[in-house]
Design a protein around this ligand. Sequence first.
Ligand SMILES: Nc1ncnc2c1ncn2[C@@H]1O[C@H](COP(=O)(O)OP(=O)(O)OP(=O)(O)O)[C@@H](O)[C@H]1O
Ligand SMILES: [Mg+2]
Length: 362
Amino acid sequence: MVRAAKSLGCTCAVLDPVQGSPAGQLAGHQIVGQHSDPAMVRELAAACDVVTFELEDVETETLIQLEKEGHKIYPRPGLLAIIQDKLSQKQFLRDAGIPTSEFIEMPVADAQAFSEFGYPLVQKARRGGYDGRGVAVMQDEQAFARHLPLAGFVERFVDAEKELAVMVARNPHGECKAYPTVEMRFHADHNVLDFLLAPARIAVEVARRAEALAVQTVEAMDGVGVFGIELFLTRDGQLLVNEVAPRTHNSGHHTIEACVTDQFEQHLRAIIGLPLGDTRQLAPATMVNLLGDPGYEGRPMIAGLAAALAIPGVCVHIYGKAVTKPGRKMGHVTVIDETIDKACDKTNKVKGLIRVLGDKPL
Ligand SMILES: Nc1ncnc2c1ncn2[C@@H]1O[C@H](COP(=O)(O)OP(=O)(O)OP(=O)(O)O)[C@@H](O)[C@H]1O
Ligand SMILES: [Mg+2]
Protein backbone atom coordinates (compact mmCIF):
# COMPACT_ATOMS: atom_id res chain seq x y z
CA MET A 1 0.00 0.00 0.00
CA VAL A 2 2.88 2.35 0.76
CA ARG A 3 4.28 1.64 -2.70
CA ALA A 4 0.91 2.37 -4.29
CA ALA A 5 0.67 5.58 -2.24
CA LYS A 6 3.99 6.78 -3.61
CA SER A 7 2.83 6.30 -7.18
CA LEU A 8 -0.21 8.49 -6.42
CA GLY A 9 2.08 11.14 -4.95
CA CYS A 10 1.10 10.51 -1.32
CA THR A 11 3.37 9.96 1.67
CA CYS A 12 2.55 7.53 4.48
CA ALA A 13 3.13 7.26 8.21
CA VAL A 14 2.87 3.74 9.62
CA LEU A 15 1.91 2.59 13.13
CA ASP A 16 3.35 -0.85 13.91
CA PRO A 17 4.70 -2.40 17.12
CA VAL A 18 7.89 -3.73 15.47
CA GLN A 19 10.65 -1.24 14.62
CA GLY A 20 11.52 -1.53 10.91
CA SER A 21 8.22 -3.19 9.98
CA PRO A 22 7.73 -4.01 6.27
CA ALA A 23 5.47 -0.98 5.70
CA GLY A 24 7.60 1.24 7.94
CA GLN A 25 10.74 0.43 5.93
CA LEU A 26 9.08 1.64 2.71
CA ALA A 27 7.29 4.64 4.20
CA GLY A 28 10.39 5.90 5.96
CA HIS A 29 8.13 7.21 8.75
CA GLN A 30 7.08 4.74 11.41
CA ILE A 31 5.52 5.30 14.79
CA VAL A 32 6.55 2.34 16.92
CA GLY A 33 3.61 1.36 19.11
CA GLN A 34 0.63 -0.90 19.65
CA HIS A 35 -2.53 -0.52 17.56
CA SER A 36 -4.41 -0.72 20.86
CA ASP A 37 -2.54 2.23 22.44
CA PRO A 38 -4.79 5.36 22.26
CA ALA A 39 -1.81 7.76 22.47
CA MET A 40 -0.11 6.08 19.51
CA VAL A 41 -3.28 6.03 17.41
CA ARG A 42 -3.74 9.76 18.20
CA GLU A 43 -0.17 10.50 17.14
CA LEU A 44 -0.80 8.70 13.84
CA ALA A 45 -4.06 10.55 13.18
CA ALA A 46 -2.38 13.89 13.89
CA ALA A 47 0.24 13.11 11.23
CA CYS A 48 -2.24 12.16 8.47
CA ASP A 49 -5.01 13.60 6.30
CA VAL A 50 -6.71 10.20 6.18
CA VAL A 51 -6.24 7.12 8.37
CA THR A 52 -6.79 3.50 7.39
CA PHE A 53 -5.86 0.07 8.76
CA GLU A 54 -5.01 -3.29 7.30
CA LEU A 55 -5.89 -5.60 10.13
CA GLU A 56 -9.22 -5.94 11.92
CA ASP A 57 -7.96 -6.26 15.45
CA VAL A 58 -7.58 -2.52 16.12
CA GLU A 59 -9.08 -0.78 19.16
CA THR A 60 -12.11 1.07 17.80
CA GLU A 61 -12.91 3.31 20.80
CA THR A 62 -10.12 5.78 20.05
CA LEU A 63 -10.86 5.69 16.32
CA ILE A 64 -14.53 6.50 16.94
CA GLN A 65 -13.51 9.43 19.19
CA LEU A 66 -11.01 10.71 16.59
CA GLU A 67 -13.68 10.54 13.90
CA LYS A 68 -15.98 12.65 16.11
CA GLU A 69 -13.16 15.18 16.37
CA GLY A 70 -13.14 15.48 12.58
CA HIS A 71 -10.44 13.04 11.46
CA LYS A 72 -11.11 11.13 8.25
CA ILE A 73 -10.90 7.41 9.00
CA TYR A 74 -11.87 4.76 6.43
CA PRO A 75 -13.38 2.21 6.59
CA ARG A 76 -15.47 3.98 9.24
CA PRO A 77 -14.60 2.86 12.79
CA GLY A 78 -18.27 2.14 13.56
CA LEU A 79 -18.32 -0.39 10.72
CA LEU A 80 -15.01 -1.87 11.86
CA ALA A 81 -16.58 -2.40 15.31
CA ILE A 82 -19.46 -4.34 13.75
CA ILE A 83 -17.20 -6.45 11.53
CA GLN A 84 -14.49 -7.27 14.07
CA ASP A 85 -17.08 -8.92 16.32
CA LYS A 86 -18.01 -11.92 14.18
CA LEU A 87 -21.36 -12.31 15.95
CA SER A 88 -22.45 -8.72 15.30
CA GLN A 89 -21.21 -9.11 11.72
CA LYS A 90 -23.46 -12.16 11.24
CA GLN A 91 -26.40 -10.30 12.79
CA PHE A 92 -25.76 -7.38 10.45
CA LEU A 93 -25.72 -9.66 7.40
CA ARG A 94 -28.90 -11.43 8.49
CA ASP A 95 -30.73 -8.16 9.22
CA ALA A 96 -29.64 -6.71 5.87
CA GLY A 97 -31.10 -9.72 4.06
CA ILE A 98 -27.70 -10.94 2.85
CA PRO A 99 -27.69 -14.75 2.53
CA THR A 100 -25.44 -16.29 5.19
CA SER A 101 -25.52 -19.60 7.07
CA GLU A 102 -28.01 -19.85 9.94
CA PHE A 103 -26.50 -19.24 13.41
CA ILE A 104 -27.29 -18.79 17.09
CA GLU A 105 -25.37 -16.99 19.82
CA MET A 106 -23.46 -19.23 22.24
CA PRO A 107 -22.01 -17.16 25.13
CA VAL A 108 -20.54 -20.34 26.64
CA ALA A 109 -19.98 -23.65 24.86
CA ASP A 110 -22.69 -26.04 26.02
CA ALA A 111 -22.94 -29.66 24.83
CA GLN A 112 -26.74 -29.73 25.17
CA ALA A 113 -27.23 -26.48 23.24
CA PHE A 114 -24.85 -27.63 20.49
CA SER A 115 -26.84 -30.86 20.09
CA GLU A 116 -30.13 -28.97 19.99
CA PHE A 117 -28.78 -26.72 17.24
CA GLY A 118 -27.65 -29.86 15.42
CA TYR A 119 -24.46 -31.25 13.89
CA PRO A 120 -22.54 -30.80 11.65
CA LEU A 121 -21.89 -27.27 12.88
CA VAL A 122 -19.13 -24.68 13.09
CA GLN A 123 -18.29 -22.91 16.35
CA LYS A 124 -16.70 -19.47 16.02
CA ALA A 125 -15.18 -17.01 18.46
CA ARG A 126 -16.61 -13.47 18.53
CA ARG A 127 -13.22 -11.79 18.56
CA GLY A 128 -9.58 -12.47 17.80
CA GLY A 129 -10.13 -15.19 15.21
CA TYR A 130 -7.63 -15.00 12.36
CA ASP A 131 -6.53 -17.61 9.83
CA GLY A 132 -8.98 -20.15 11.15
CA ARG A 133 -7.78 -20.03 14.79
CA GLY A 134 -11.14 -18.95 16.15
CA VAL A 135 -13.04 -21.59 14.19
CA ALA A 136 -13.91 -25.20 15.11
CA VAL A 137 -15.62 -27.42 12.54
CA MET A 138 -17.55 -30.21 14.30
CA GLN A 139 -19.05 -33.10 12.36
CA ASP A 140 -20.82 -34.80 15.28
CA GLU A 141 -21.30 -34.89 19.08
CA GLN A 142 -17.94 -36.59 19.65
CA ALA A 143 -16.28 -33.47 18.27
CA PHE A 144 -17.65 -31.36 21.16
CA ALA A 145 -14.52 -32.38 23.10
CA ARG A 146 -12.55 -30.05 20.77
CA HIS A 147 -14.81 -27.01 21.33
CA LEU A 148 -13.40 -23.51 21.82
CA PRO A 149 -13.78 -22.49 25.48
CA LEU A 150 -14.92 -18.95 24.73
CA ALA A 151 -17.81 -16.62 23.87
CA GLY A 152 -19.08 -17.03 20.35
CA PHE A 153 -21.77 -18.56 18.22
CA VAL A 154 -22.49 -21.73 16.27
CA GLU A 155 -23.55 -21.82 12.64
CA ARG A 156 -24.63 -24.48 10.15
CA PHE A 157 -21.80 -26.32 8.48
CA VAL A 158 -21.99 -25.45 4.78
CA ASP A 159 -21.31 -28.31 2.41
CA ALA A 160 -19.51 -26.04 -0.04
CA GLU A 161 -18.59 -27.02 -3.54
CA LYS A 162 -16.18 -24.11 -3.62
CA GLU A 163 -15.03 -21.18 -1.52
CA LEU A 164 -15.00 -17.95 -3.48
CA ALA A 165 -13.97 -14.39 -2.75
CA VAL A 166 -14.74 -11.05 -4.33
CA MET A 167 -12.78 -7.87 -3.68
CA VAL A 168 -14.98 -4.78 -3.73
CA ALA A 169 -14.00 -1.11 -3.58
CA ARG A 170 -16.31 1.77 -2.72
CA ASN A 171 -15.55 5.48 -2.32
CA PRO A 172 -17.35 8.10 -0.19
CA HIS A 173 -19.32 9.27 -3.26
CA GLY A 174 -20.92 5.81 -3.50
CA GLU A 175 -18.99 4.64 -6.56
CA CYS A 176 -18.55 0.87 -6.19
CA LYS A 177 -16.57 -1.68 -8.23
CA ALA A 178 -15.91 -5.41 -7.91
CA TYR A 179 -12.93 -7.42 -9.12
CA PRO A 180 -13.56 -10.72 -10.93
CA THR A 181 -14.48 -13.56 -8.54
CA VAL A 182 -11.60 -15.73 -7.32
CA GLU A 183 -11.56 -19.27 -5.98
CA MET A 184 -9.77 -20.42 -2.84
CA ARG A 185 -8.56 -23.99 -3.20
CA PHE A 186 -8.09 -25.85 0.06
CA HIS A 187 -5.95 -28.88 0.91
CA ALA A 188 -8.06 -32.03 0.72
CA ASP A 189 -6.75 -33.36 4.08
CA HIS A 190 -6.32 -30.31 6.38
CA ASN A 191 -8.38 -27.15 6.20
CA VAL A 192 -5.59 -24.78 5.04
CA LEU A 193 -5.57 -22.60 1.95
CA ASP A 194 -3.68 -24.35 -0.80
CA PHE A 195 -3.76 -21.66 -3.43
CA LEU A 196 -5.92 -19.08 -5.08
CA LEU A 197 -7.21 -19.15 -8.66
CA ALA A 198 -8.18 -15.98 -10.46
CA PRO A 199 -10.60 -15.98 -12.11
CA ALA A 200 -12.56 -18.76 -10.35
CA ARG A 201 -13.35 -21.86 -12.37
CA ILE A 202 -17.13 -21.34 -12.27
CA ALA A 203 -19.88 -20.49 -14.74
CA VAL A 204 -19.94 -16.83 -15.82
CA GLU A 205 -23.46 -16.55 -14.43
CA VAL A 206 -22.31 -17.68 -10.96
CA ALA A 207 -19.37 -15.26 -11.04
CA ARG A 208 -21.70 -12.35 -11.92
CA ARG A 209 -24.05 -13.35 -9.06
CA ALA A 210 -21.11 -13.51 -6.63
CA GLU A 211 -19.91 -10.05 -7.68
CA ALA A 212 -23.42 -8.61 -7.38
CA LEU A 213 -23.83 -10.11 -3.89
CA ALA A 214 -20.44 -8.75 -2.80
CA VAL A 215 -21.36 -5.26 -4.03
CA GLN A 216 -24.75 -5.50 -2.30
CA THR A 217 -22.95 -6.42 0.96
CA VAL A 218 -20.56 -3.46 0.85
CA GLU A 219 -23.39 -1.09 -0.08
CA ALA A 220 -25.51 -2.39 2.81
CA MET A 221 -22.55 -1.61 5.09
CA ASP A 222 -22.10 1.84 3.51
CA GLY A 223 -18.46 0.73 3.35
CA VAL A 224 -15.64 2.98 2.14
CA GLY A 225 -12.37 1.34 1.13
CA VAL A 226 -11.55 -2.10 -0.19
CA PHE A 227 -13.37 -5.13 1.24
CA GLY A 228 -12.78 -8.86 0.83
CA ILE A 229 -16.08 -10.77 0.72
CA GLU A 230 -15.62 -14.51 1.39
CA LEU A 231 -18.40 -16.67 -0.05
CA PHE A 232 -19.50 -20.29 -0.13
CA LEU A 233 -20.87 -21.78 -3.32
CA THR A 234 -23.11 -24.64 -2.19
CA ARG A 235 -23.62 -27.84 -4.19
CA ASP A 236 -27.06 -26.63 -5.25
CA GLY A 237 -25.69 -23.38 -6.64
CA GLN A 238 -26.56 -21.05 -3.74
CA LEU A 239 -24.18 -18.28 -2.68
CA LEU A 240 -23.75 -17.51 1.03
CA VAL A 241 -21.55 -14.78 2.53
CA ASN A 242 -19.11 -16.37 4.99
CA GLU A 243 -17.43 -13.22 6.24
CA VAL A 244 -16.30 -9.73 5.31
CA ALA A 245 -12.76 -8.39 5.69
CA PRO A 246 -12.74 -4.57 5.88
CA ARG A 247 -9.32 -4.23 4.24
CA THR A 248 -7.06 -5.28 1.41
CA HIS A 249 -7.07 -9.04 1.49
CA ASN A 250 -5.06 -12.14 0.74
CA SER A 251 -7.47 -13.00 -2.06
CA GLY A 252 -6.59 -9.74 -3.84
CA HIS A 253 -2.81 -10.03 -3.94
CA HIS A 254 -2.81 -11.28 -7.54
CA THR A 255 -4.28 -7.91 -8.60
CA ILE A 256 -0.78 -6.41 -8.29
CA GLU A 257 0.31 -8.14 -11.52
CA ALA A 258 -2.97 -9.37 -13.01
CA CYS A 259 -5.30 -6.35 -12.94
CA VAL A 260 -5.20 -2.82 -14.35
CA THR A 261 -5.52 -1.32 -10.86
CA ASP A 262 -4.24 -3.33 -7.89
CA GLN A 263 -6.21 -3.60 -4.65
CA PHE A 264 -3.79 -1.35 -2.75
CA GLU A 265 -4.02 1.57 -5.17
CA GLN A 266 -7.77 0.93 -5.33
CA HIS A 267 -8.05 1.17 -1.54
CA LEU A 268 -6.18 4.49 -1.54
CA ARG A 269 -8.32 5.87 -4.36
CA ALA A 270 -11.40 4.87 -2.37
CA ILE A 271 -10.39 6.39 0.97
CA ILE A 272 -9.04 9.59 -0.58
CA GLY A 273 -12.26 10.03 -2.57
CA LEU A 274 -10.68 9.69 -6.03
CA PRO A 275 -12.40 7.88 -8.92
CA LEU A 276 -11.99 4.11 -8.63
CA GLY A 277 -9.60 2.36 -11.02
CA ASP A 278 -10.28 -0.22 -13.69
CA THR A 279 -10.74 -3.67 -12.09
CA ARG A 280 -10.31 -5.62 -15.33
CA GLN A 281 -8.07 -8.66 -15.12
CA LEU A 282 -5.54 -8.86 -17.95
CA ALA A 283 -4.28 -12.45 -17.51
CA PRO A 284 -5.18 -15.60 -15.55
CA ALA A 285 -3.31 -15.80 -12.25
CA THR A 286 -2.74 -18.01 -9.24
CA MET A 287 -1.41 -16.98 -5.82
CA VAL A 288 0.20 -19.00 -3.08
CA ASN A 289 1.26 -17.79 0.37
CA LEU A 290 4.85 -18.29 1.51
CA LEU A 291 4.61 -19.56 5.09
CA GLY A 292 7.48 -20.02 7.53
CA ASP A 293 8.76 -23.61 7.37
CA PRO A 294 7.69 -25.65 10.44
CA GLY A 295 11.32 -26.54 11.26
CA TYR A 296 12.77 -23.02 11.63
CA GLU A 297 12.72 -19.68 13.43
CA GLY A 298 14.86 -16.56 13.29
CA ARG A 299 16.21 -14.54 10.40
CA PRO A 300 14.45 -15.71 7.22
CA MET A 301 16.39 -17.43 4.46
CA ILE A 302 14.60 -18.11 1.17
CA ALA A 303 15.63 -21.48 -0.29
CA GLY A 304 14.90 -22.20 -3.97
CA LEU A 305 14.38 -18.54 -4.89
CA ALA A 306 16.60 -18.60 -7.99
CA ALA A 307 14.97 -21.78 -9.34
CA ALA A 308 11.48 -20.27 -8.89
CA LEU A 309 12.46 -16.96 -10.49
CA ALA A 310 13.77 -18.85 -13.54
CA ILE A 311 10.17 -19.78 -14.45
CA PRO A 312 8.53 -17.13 -16.67
CA GLY A 313 5.46 -15.53 -15.08
CA VAL A 314 6.53 -16.23 -11.48
CA CYS A 315 6.37 -13.05 -9.34
CA VAL A 316 7.82 -13.34 -5.83
CA HIS A 317 6.94 -10.99 -2.96
CA ILE A 318 8.97 -11.26 0.24
CA TYR A 319 7.55 -8.95 2.92
CA GLY A 320 10.76 -8.14 4.77
CA LYS A 321 9.64 -9.38 8.19
CA ALA A 322 12.69 -9.64 10.46
CA VAL A 323 11.78 -13.00 11.97
CA THR A 324 10.21 -16.18 10.59
CA LYS A 325 8.09 -18.60 12.65
CA PRO A 326 6.37 -21.86 11.72
CA GLY A 327 3.32 -21.03 9.61
CA ARG A 328 3.91 -17.23 9.64
CA LYS A 329 3.00 -15.44 6.40
CA MET A 330 6.37 -14.27 5.08
CA GLY A 331 5.39 -13.44 1.51
CA HIS A 332 3.46 -14.71 -1.48
CA VAL A 333 3.99 -15.78 -5.07
CA THR A 334 1.73 -14.84 -7.96
CA VAL A 335 1.94 -16.78 -11.21
CA ILE A 336 0.66 -15.27 -14.45
CA ASP A 337 0.08 -17.42 -17.53
CA GLU A 338 -2.01 -17.76 -20.68
CA THR A 339 -4.43 -20.20 -19.05
CA ILE A 340 -5.35 -20.91 -15.45
CA ASP A 341 -4.31 -24.57 -15.89
CA LYS A 342 -0.80 -23.56 -16.96
CA ALA A 343 -0.61 -21.17 -13.99
CA CYS A 344 -1.70 -24.00 -11.63
CA ASP A 345 1.03 -26.30 -12.98
CA LYS A 346 3.66 -23.65 -12.40
CA THR A 347 2.30 -22.91 -8.93
CA ASN A 348 2.64 -26.56 -7.96
CA LYS A 349 6.23 -26.45 -9.20
CA VAL A 350 6.97 -23.27 -7.23
CA LYS A 351 5.50 -24.83 -4.07
CA GLY A 352 8.04 -27.62 -4.40
CA LEU A 353 10.89 -25.17 -4.94
CA ILE A 354 10.59 -22.25 -2.49
CA ARG A 355 10.86 -22.70 1.28
CA VAL A 356 11.15 -20.03 3.94
CA LEU A 357 13.82 -21.34 6.31
CA GLY A 358 15.33 -19.51 9.27
CA ASP A 359 18.76 -19.26 10.88
CA LYS A 360 17.49 -21.14 13.99
CA PRO A 361 16.47 -24.77 13.31
CA LEU A 362 13.87 -25.99 15.84
N1 LIG B 1 -20.25 -22.57 8.21
C1 LIG B 1 -19.17 -23.16 7.68
N2 LIG B 1 -19.30 -24.32 6.99
C2 LIG B 1 -18.23 -24.95 6.48
N3 LIG B 1 -16.97 -24.51 6.60
C3 LIG B 1 -16.77 -23.35 7.24
C4 LIG B 1 -17.85 -22.61 7.83
N4 LIG B 1 -17.35 -21.51 8.42
C5 LIG B 1 -16.01 -21.55 8.20
N5 LIG B 1 -15.64 -22.65 7.52
C6 LIG B 1 -14.27 -23.02 7.09
O1 LIG B 1 -13.32 -22.44 7.97
C7 LIG B 1 -12.51 -21.46 7.28
C8 LIG B 1 -12.19 -20.29 8.19
O2 LIG B 1 -13.38 -19.68 8.63
P1 LIG B 1 -13.54 -18.10 8.70
O3 LIG B 1 -13.22 -17.54 7.36
O4 LIG B 1 -14.85 -17.78 9.26
O5 LIG B 1 -12.44 -17.76 9.79
P2 LIG B 1 -11.15 -16.85 9.86
O6 LIG B 1 -10.62 -17.05 11.20
O7 LIG B 1 -11.48 -15.49 9.44
O8 LIG B 1 -10.17 -17.45 8.84
P3 LIG B 1 -9.33 -16.69 7.71
O9 LIG B 1 -8.55 -15.63 8.41
O10 LIG B 1 -8.50 -17.82 7.17
O11 LIG B 1 -10.31 -16.15 6.74
C9 LIG B 1 -13.35 -21.08 6.06
O12 LIG B 1 -12.56 -20.56 5.01
C10 LIG B 1 -14.00 -22.42 5.73
O13 LIG B 1 -13.07 -23.27 5.06
MG1 LIG C 1 -12.12 -16.26 6.50
